[in-house]
Write a protein that binds this ligand. Structure first.
Ligand code: PEP
Ligand code: MN
Length: 639
């Protein structure tokens, strides 16, 4: 059952409820949610819920209707984020785990680890104990294999996961792995589940070959009841009558499971299909289905692989796949998880001052709560980041400048509306700020109403002029007689209809705004052009920039410069960029305030592999230009 606590419950009252339940024989877990704090009580015993309901500090008691309790959404509404070393799985992240089917040799694992890490994998997989169909097939290198995997994980700064097949190996394996893997064949090996659960460590739980979703979740329940709350589910294909693929990938299980449980779910396209060419499309299908990641088999020489060669990707195929997954991320409202690069010694002390983006850091954005900018900011930082809503773009810049916020996430370009000039101008006025990152959000508009309102109730629709414009085809067709009222902000329009509580007015805005203000989405995705993306810069003061940049390898630079008023001056600078072989991805010009008919040029560049090339280029531009500034170097969202 779930014991919902009153907001003002005292620690003593909470202790009393806890001990009462424990004494009755329940396992008690406290779950702090965004709205409520609850105590989940599970066990073989049963008591009259009213005895708990009457205790001081208790708001209500709700029974859990599902046979799995700790794993159920009823118990915990928010997504669980599983932490494996530095990597987080779940929430708005997409994690790519990769590696060979089996650990074969030191050289093999090191080679594969290097290539998958470089391509964007955040975790390394590799079997040391292989549960093979035939007793004559390669069974794995055992502990020796784990040692190799550990070395590769450490060398390339990736947490590792490997399959455990026997309860007796759990203690030994815990010394090596960061996350246990329970294989499909062992999903209902309850003694194994109990032993692994006891370690409290993260577990990747594959779905059994013929397991129903409920059986799968009951297996997760075994792990959780034994002591771990760090469970990641993995759909890896089930047995059906179909023989064209090794198994049948059950993509629909992904959204189903996400409704039933708070645990993250990922997919394994390699074992699901058994065929190399199908791994990439099915990986995309898995991500499109809403999964939190994929686990993919990659081999440097699949023809010679000891196991599962035909389904293992070549490193080059894997690299392309990660690019494609990254391109898909904004469509499903997620970001590709990256791991911080190894910090140079000189930066380590800064990390200890906990300026890491994960430590309740304050992030400024423009707009009211629920704005697309907030979504971009949330996607760029961990769940515990504190969002600071600023009235104007200038206020958001000032917030970072004054130290009130450590970062700001500012829109710079929309695929339909073009450049957001105000923010380039503000960046020019704030030399103390620098671009440390980039984020991208798909702008998906919805018709949002007061709960219970129907299409026929609506007389007026409020939104930012861009929102109204981008949904014109829908409005013309479905609501031709409804008055369109321009508003300063899309999320602001939702806040307004919520405040008015009037069924005759609707708003057009993103889904987060509807959720934030408790409003209802009447129609989803009503924008005319679905390829509607906004790109944001993440800004920081120089002293806070290094750590954010250390999260991943920068591959883009933004610069600004002005040139003298003479023939060929701009051309001269652009030629320098071309001569250095550097690719320019964007060019804008803006008038310089106080200097009529003079312009500041903004350029985005692909950062050369060798940073010295960029430094030399900067020096040369500096010589040729009247003014020059590196606005920032950062990692692009689309590589
Ligand atoms: C594996 O991941 O190596 C494996 C054997 O997978 P499954 O248990 O899903 O068959
Ligand atoms: Mn395999």
């Amino acid at each position: 059952m779930i014991v919902i606590l009153k907001q003002g419950i005292t620690p003593q009252e909470k202790d009393k409820v806890r001990s009462f339940l424990s004494e009755k024989g329940f396992i008690v877990k406290e779950i702090v949610g965004q709205q409520d704090t609850v105590l989940g009580a599970v066990g073989k015993v049963s008591i009259d819920p009213r005895t708990v309901e009457l205790m001081p500090g208790v708001s209500s008691v709700v029974p859990i209707s599902k046979p799995y309790k700790l794993a159920s959404r009823e118990m915990k509404k928010e997504d669980t984020i599983v932490q494996v070393g530095k990597v987080k799985i779940g929430g708005n992240r997409v994690c790519v785990i990769a590696g060979p089917c089996a650990v074969e040799s030191y050289d093999q694992v090191m080679t594969i680890a290097e290539s998958v890490r470089e391509a964007g994998a955040v975790m390394l997989r590799g079997g040391a104990f292989k549960p093979r169909t035939s007793p004559y097939a390669f069974q794995g290198l055992g502990e020796e294999g784990l040692k190799i995997l550990r070395k590769a994980g450490d060398a390339f700064d990736m947490p590792i996961t490997s399959e455990v097949v026997s309860p007796g190996d759990v203690g030994m394996m815990a010394e090596y792995v960061d996350m246990f893997q329970i294989g499909a064949r062992n999903m209902q090996n309850f003694e194994l589940l109990k032993e692994v659960g006891k370690t409290g460590m993260p577990v990747l739980l594959k779905r059994g070959l013929a397991a129903t979703i409920e059986e799968w979740l009951m297996a997760a329940e075994y792990l959780m009841a034994s002591g771990t709350d760090q469970v990641v589910l993995c759909e890896r294909g089930i047995r059906t009558f179909e023989k064209a693929t090794r198994n049948t990938l059950d993509c629909s299980a992904i959204p189903v499971v996400q409704k039933l449980t708070h645990l993250p779910v990922i997919g394994d396209p390699s074992h699901a299909t058994g065929i190399r060419d199908m791994v990439a499309p099915m990986s995309l299908a898995i991500i499109a289905s809403g999964a939190s990641g994929v686990i993919v088999e990659v081999h440097n020489c699949p023809e010679k692989a000891f196991s599962d060669g035909p389904q293992s990707l070549y490193p080059s195929q894997f690299k392309k796949l990660v690019h494609d997954i990254q391109a898909l991320c904004p469509v499903v409202g997620k970001s590709l998880e990256k791991i911080p690069r190894v910090l140079p010694e000189s930066m380590k002390s800064k990390e200890e001052e906990s300026v890491a983006p994960s430590n309740g850091v304050v992030v400024a954005f423009q707009g009211v709560r629920g704005a697309f900018s907030e979504l971009a900011a949330r996607r760029s930082f961990d769940e515990d980041a504190v969002m600071l809503a600023c009235h104007s773009f200038a206020d958001a810049f000032d917030a970072v400048s004054s130290g009130k916020a450590k970062y700001a996430v500012m829109p710079v370009e929309n695929t339909l509306g073009g450049t957001v000039y105000d923010n380039l101008d503000l960046l020019a006025m704030h030399p103390e700020l620098t671009v440390v990152g980039e984020q991208q959000v798909r702008v998906m508009h919805n018709l949002i109403v007061v709960p219970g309102a129907k299409m026929e109730d609506i007389k007026k629709v409020y939104s930012h002029p861009q929102g109204l414009q981008q949904c014109r085809a829908f409005l013309d067709k479905e609501m031709p007689d409804v008055e369109r009222v321009p508003f300063f902000d899309t999320a602001g329009a939702v806040e307004y209809i919520a405040r008015m509580n009037d069924k005759s007015i609707a708003a057009i805005a993103g889904a987060p705004a509807a959720h934030y203000y408790g409003m209802e989405i009447l129609r989803q995705g009503i924008e005319t052009d679905a390829s509607n993306y906004t790109r944001f810069y993440i800004l920081a003061r120089e002293e806070n920039a290094a750590l954010f940049r250390s999260q991943s390898k920068p591959d883009k630079a933004a610069i600004s410069f002005s040139v003298s008023d003479e023939p060929g001056a701009l051309m001269d600078v652009l030629r320098t960029i071309a001569d250095k072989g550097v690719n320019m991805t964007k060019l804008e010009s803006r008038p310089i305030p106080g200097k009529p008919w003079e312009y500041l040029f903004f350029v985005e560049l692909q950062l050369p592999e060798d940073l010295k090339v960029f430094e030399a280029l900067s020096e040369e531009i500096q010589k040729k230009a009247v003014s020059f500034r590196v606005l920032g170097i950062y990692t692009s969202v689309i590589r």
